[in-house]
Design a protein around this ligand. Structure first.
Ligand SMILES: Nc1ncnc2c1ncn2[C@@H]1O[C@H](COP(=O)(O)OP(=O)(O)OP(=O)(O)O)[C@@H](O)[C@H]1O
Length: 250
């Protein structure tokens, strides 16, 4: 099944399926144990669990930064286990986002477009659009060192979405920010990804973050997927009250 086509005419990925995916590191650590998970087109899926439960390893396998030991990573219905990261057409934002310090904000955001050979005029327009949507349109001429932490994180997001990816992976992107800013950016991220219709997998250990942002939450513990479900619309319930699937383990 083909993915969608981005505005540069390239195919992008919009669905992910993990089939019996296990990751055992060379030292014997079982980081991920027989996980099955489908992420649908346009869905905001949150992977939630305590530190060390294997969330990042799942994300890294989807990105192609780790190979599964066994099982299949499917992108748009096709086996992607052997596909190198840059051929996966996926955008990523990590906790330790790295901006290019010598470039302005505008050049940082526009860098993926420059690499793709997009002409300066349409590139500038697209940078303006993305920066406007992220509320950083007035700092495009600054260097990253002249920005606040929240602004830097917005630039990293802008750089990731500027090519309108079909799939967006985020690993604890807000964990270095203070709580007020985290709440603000949470709303922005979920609003923006929905507006763009981009399929998103978002990793966090923060339950409030998961419940406020997710279409569905996948709860992990000790490498095992314990449950997948929709957060309630009303006040956030504690995890113990969540309906448990018959397949739940551990
Ligand atoms: N390269 C590696 N070699 C050996 N063990 C590893 C390696 N990378 C991760 N692990 C182990 O795999 C397990 C899962 O790690 P992972 O980073 O996926 O967890 P996490 O849920 O994302 O944690 P955190 O929220 O702290 O980032 C942990 O026990 C970790 O120590």
């Amino acid at each position: 099944m083909p993915g969608s086509v981005d505005e540069l005419g390239e195919e992008t990925v919009t669905t992910v399926a993990l089939k019996d995916v296990t990751k055992v590191f060379p030292d014997g650590t079982i980081a991920v144990d027989t996980i099955n998970l489908d992420v649908n087109d346009g869905e905001f899926m949150v992977l939630l669990g305590p530190s060390g439960c294997g969330k990042s390893t799942v994300l890294r396998m989807v990105a192609g930064l780790e190979d599964p030991s066994t099982g299949a990573v499917m992108l748009d219905g096709e086996l992607a286990n052997d596909l190198p990261p840059r051929e996966r057409k996926i955008a990523m934002v990590f906790q330790d986002f790295a901006l290019y310090p010598h470039m302005t904000v505008g050049d940082n955001i526009g860098f993926p477009l420059r690499l793709a050979g997009v002409e300066p005029a349409p590139r500038g327009e697209r940078i303006q659009d993305v920066a406007g949507a992220l509320g950083i349109g007035d700092v495009l001429g600054r260097k990253p060192s002249q920005l606040s932490g929240g602004q830097r994180q917005r630039v990293a997001m802008g750089r990731a979405i500027v090519r309108r990816p079909g799939l967006f992976l985020m690993d604890e992107p807000l964990s270095n920010l203070d709580s007020g800013l985290r709440a603000e950016l949470r709303a922005e991220i979920s609003g923006l990804t929905r507006e763009l219709g981009v399929t998103t997998i978002y990793v966090t250990h923060d339950q409030a973050e998961a419940l406020t942002m997710a279409d569905r939450v996948a709860i992990m513990r000790k490498g095992v997927l314990q449950d997948v479900g929709r957060p309630r619309c009303t006040a956030a319930p504690p995890p113990s009250t969540w309906p448990r699937s018959s397949a739940a383990r551990g």
